[in-house]
Design a binder for this molecule. Sequence first.
Ligand SMILES: *Cc1c(COP(=O)(O)O)cnc(C)c1O
Length: 370
Amino acid sequence: MTLPQRVGDKIARLVGAGPGELVCADSTSVNLFKVLSAALNITQADAPQRRVILSERSNFPTDLYIAEALARERGFMLELADADDLFARLDERVAVMMLTHVNYRSGRMHEMAALSQAAHDAGALAIWDLAHSAGAVPVDLHGGGADFVDPVRSRSADFAVGCGYKYLNGGPGAPAFVWVHPRHADRFWQPLAGWMGHAAPFEFSPGYRPAAGIARYLCGTPAVLAMAALECGVDTVLAAERFGGVAALRAKSLALTRLFADLVEARCGGHGLTLASPRHDGHRGSQVCLARDEGAYAIVQALIARGVVGDYRAGSASNDSAALPDILRFGFTPLYTRFVDAWDAVEHLRQVLESGAWRRDEFGQRHAVT
Ligand SMILES: *Cc1c(COP(=O)(O)O)cnc(C)c1O
């Protein structure tokens, strides 16, 4: 019964949260629905004239879909900005700023504390999706320790969600997690009022009484088997605490991604690849994305056939004013990806490009429904 809290407390250590502030539950999408609902409730009570949910145009689609649907349901507007315009777009119309810390496409990392502070200065709440952050980059949900005296102006986030099956190594379909800042813990409400979030689930009383604090984010019976597997993954990440923890993982991650990007430039020049992730260490998550005008899909397939498993992400149509290129994405899990793996991956990429092997028919076939 306490597995969601126990695994939650472990994940909390990786994202700068305290014990009792975070639970493991459901999927990232469902948790986002819960926290966005809660945030809209709070601002609706405090500042009913605010009707805008602000997010980033290239946020992960499920985040935008959830926000779009909820905005429609609740009479809010979802507005999308480019990453560089976010600070300027925080004004008196914004109720909630909802962002993903590390962009899934580019690997670009936002300044979480500064943006949270800017959202609070503008009178809005800050929701962060940590899907590509937890276990890979340092996260400080409390924004650098003690909150400012005035909580409205604090650099901490208000709500956060994240994913169990990426850098937390929970395995396919692992449950997600959800966090709320203690200042909201007994004040927020979420519409998925299931019995696991009840103050006393086994009283079986007909009326809903929310549990104290974060436990009210639980809904139905947890996926115990999946959560037990996730706990193993999280324990493995936590074992790195003996060697410096997330800071050490981050140092290795940056060294890996820098090595990979440098090697691609040195060894795969002249093949039309450009670096689509930030070169600056402070702005890069734990992935390297390469853009190419043509063949990105087939090149990724050819690499997968050689055991180098990256991702292809389609760009947007070139008649779109904010056109995005096709991308080859390489994620580096610092816990177990080795420097020799980065070297080998680039060597395979070089061979695939130089031999033209990626042009073979088999690699151009789309497998997934697109
Ligand atoms: C991976 C990812 C998700 C996944 O959501 P699910 O509900 O687990 O499918 C959500 N948001 C972001 C930003 C992601 O990267």
